[in-house]
Design a protein around this ligand. Structure first.
Ligand SMILES: [Zn+2]
Length: 239
């Protein structure tokens, strides 16, 4: 009887430790995923800035091409003006040249803006790269630490599970089943001490006769209210 009780208590100790370790282990993968997500978002920000910078550079090059074409057209027009015959043609060309000069000046303004835009975007890219690289080391360390913790917990659970199997092997099947049913329905404990005739699982006072049964200890009595297996505390044994 006492032996069964000792084994049940040992089993319960293991089960509580297992539940705690399992609970701790389950909390880790979401934390790891969150940190990995941080790395991915930082990388995505860098990629976004890179693409934006490349696009700005492309736009700038295209506009510089436009500017060269416009310059060439202006030179053409000026050359034509030199060989012109009539006043009307001369006036028309002058008008065209003026228009081309205006266009060139406008394009130049846009190119200047584009240059500034490329500068801003280059700075933005550098900043994001720096932020991503700066955070990376620490986040990677945290991830490694959490993965190590998880590995340790998994090993611990394995060892404790082996231990549980060894202890459970020595228990009668019916008693083991009874214990497991109570533990899974109560969640916290299946075997609790009776203290001053009170069940320490549900804190209800036992009827006097039932309390005497527990104290005699010749069978594993259960609490009328919560169904947990009761035992008398060592300190009560000397009474
Ligand atoms: Zn109870």
């Amino acid at each position: 009887m006492r032996e069964d009780l000792e084994r049940l208590l040992e089993l319960q100790k293991i089960d509580v430790a297992l539940a705690e370790a399992t609970w701790e282990a389950e909390a880790l993968p979401p934390r790891i995923a969150e940190l990995e997500g941080q790395l991915t978002s930082a990388d995505a920000l860098v990629t976004e800035a890179e693409e934006s910078m490349q696009q700005a550079t492309k736009d700038r090059l295209r506009l510089e091409g436009d500017l060269r074409d416009q310059g060439a057209k202006l030179e053409d027009l000026k050359a034509k003006q030199l060989v012109i015959k009539t006043n009307e043609e001369y006036a028309a060309l002058t008008h065209e040249i003026e228009f081309m000069r205006k266009t060139i000046s406008e394009t130049e303004d846009v190119v200047l803006k584009m240059l500034e835009d490329v500068d801003v975007k280059t700075a933005e890219l550098e900043e994001r790269k720096k932020a991503a690289d700066g955070a990376r080391g620490e986040v990677e360390n945290q991830i490694a630490e959490l993965k190590g913790e998880l590995e340790k917990l998994r090993e611990y659970v394995m060892v404790r599970n082996d231990e549980r199997t060894r202890v459970a092997m020595h228990l009668d099947d019916k008693l083991l089943l009874r214990y497991e049913r109570i533990l899974s329905s109560k969640g916290d404990s299946a075997v609790v001490p009776l203290v001053d005739d009170v069940c320490t699982g549900c804190y209800k006072r036992l009827p006097p006769q039932a309390a005497i049964e527990v104290k005699r200890g010749n069978r594993l009595a259960e609490c009328d209210s919560c169904g947990r297996i009761l035992y008398r505390k060592e300190s009560d044994e000397d009474e």
